[in-house]
Design a protein around this ligand. Structure first.
Ligand SMILES: Cc1ncc(COP(=O)(O)O)c(C=O)c1O
Length: 379
């Protein structure tokens, strides 16, 4: 059946995300928080940052949090806190945002890629085991799209081999794994507050959370030029601090996060109900014992590119997270990887499509997105 594209003007756009809806709801609280920081003129490393560190550590169920300038810095400083230096290897999934790899590269260390599991999109534990060498210093487990990686066997491998394990928790704040929140499942977890994240700042921001007082102290030193006391530096560090305005805004948003999380989960449940059994469409799977927080709602289709165009023609936004796995990225061309080296990640990169998802997304819009996908599948 030939489907006709309705005139674009007749359709309201459904964006993949919409931060204006959130600001419309809580703008007053945000402005009040910002105003209070400006009135205090305590702008860096003050009360708000310290309070957010405490509140977010509590939220994740760990002892310490250290605010940083962004999530990429969180990864870099976490790796250095695990004593990763030039020449070391760090195992990471090949299907992730480039920052997971570039953080390793920034230290002169080598990212060693592992394939991912086709059902969860997260690290394939057996492949991780195969790729560990005597040079491996750490594993970074990414919780992609809001679903935790399978941390127990990964932690077991790390323990056996005496290597560090770090969570890249940029996308899954609030998610749980066997009853425990992401951020509490490893030695150090890295959080991004990039504006589109489930807990997003009004600009850049990041944090590490950890149970280790030693890691906490080292990250505090590293984020402030390696200074162990005023104007005395013990090692090369960075300037990577979360400013007070961002911390104050994040404290407001953290209070709303549990409700936003529920809204994302309800949106995902509606999508999954409406898309169940549609030929050629696979909805996200949630393994038993996991709570997914749907940073992204990602379907799989072997006609992904045509589906994305079909949606775009009808003013429905969607994004591919991520179209090119890291082993095939130009920056890693010298590693000599070729197509076929990581079959699961490559297969998924050709199939995945993230649909509109944000807490305020209305049921009507989800119904329209789903109906459009049903129409595509029926062609
Ligand atoms: C998986 C992953 N890791 C790391 C980052 C880096 O975070 P940031 O953009 O705050 O530097 C992001 C987000 O952008 C991400 O999605």
């Amino acid at each position: 059946m030939q489907s006709t594209v309705p005139s674009a003007a007749a359709l309201e756009a459904v964006n993949q995300f919409d931060l204006t809806a959130q600001y419309a709801a809580i703008g007053g609280e945000i402005r009040e928080a910002v105003e209070s920081v400006l009135a205090s003129q305590q702008l860096v490393l003050g009360r708000e940052g310290a309070a957010l560190e405490r509140e977010l550590a509590d939220f994740c169920g760990v002892a310490h949090g250290v605010g940083l300038a962004n999530g990429t810095d969180a990864l870099i400083l976490a790796l250095r806190a695990c004593n990763v230096y030039a020449g070391d290897e760090v195992l990471i999934p090949t299907l992730t945002f480039i920052a997971t790899g570039s953080a390793v590269s920034a230290l002169g260390a080598k990212p060693v890629f592992a394939d991912v599991d086709r059902a969860t999109l997260n690290l394939d534990v057996a492949d991780v085991r195969r790729r560990i060498t005597p040079k491996t210093k750490a594993i970074i487990a990414v919780h992609l799209h809001g679903l935790a990686a399978d941390m127990d066997p990964l932690s077991e491998i790390a323990r056996e081999r005496n290597i560090a394990i770090i969570e890249d928790n940029a996308q899954a704040i609030g998610a749980t794994y066997k009853g425990r929140r992401t951020g509490s499942l490893s030695d150090i977890a890295c959080i991004s507050f990039y504006p589109t994240k489930n807990l997003g700042a009004a600009g850049d921001g990041g944090m590490i959370v950890t149970n280790s007082p030693k890691v906490d102290a080292r990250i505090r030193t590293l984020r402030n030029h390696g200074q162990t006391s005023r104007y005395i530096s013990s090692e090369p560090g960075w300037n990577s601090r979360l400013d007070e305005i961002q911390a104050a805004i994040l404290r407001v948003k953290l209070r709303h996060l549990p409700n936003w999380q529920k809204a994302r989960q309800a949106n995902a449940a509606l999508y999954s109900k409406l898309l169940a059994g549609i030929p050629g469409i696979r909805t996200p799977q949630i393994p038993q014992g996991y709570e997914h927080v749907f940073h992204q709602y990602t379907v799989r289709s072997d006609q992904r590119d045509a589906l994305q165009k079909f949606l775009a023609d009808r003013k429905i936004g969607s994004t591919i997270y991520y179209p090119v796995p890291l082993h095939l990225q130009p920056i890693y061309s010298s590693f000599g990887h070729k197509p076929g080296d990581f079959p699961n990640a490559e297969h998924l990169a050709g199939e995945i499509l993230s649909l509109p998802m944000y807490p305020e997304l209305s049921a009507e819009r989800i119904e329209r997105v789903a109906a459009t996908i049903v129409e595509f599948a029926a062609q």
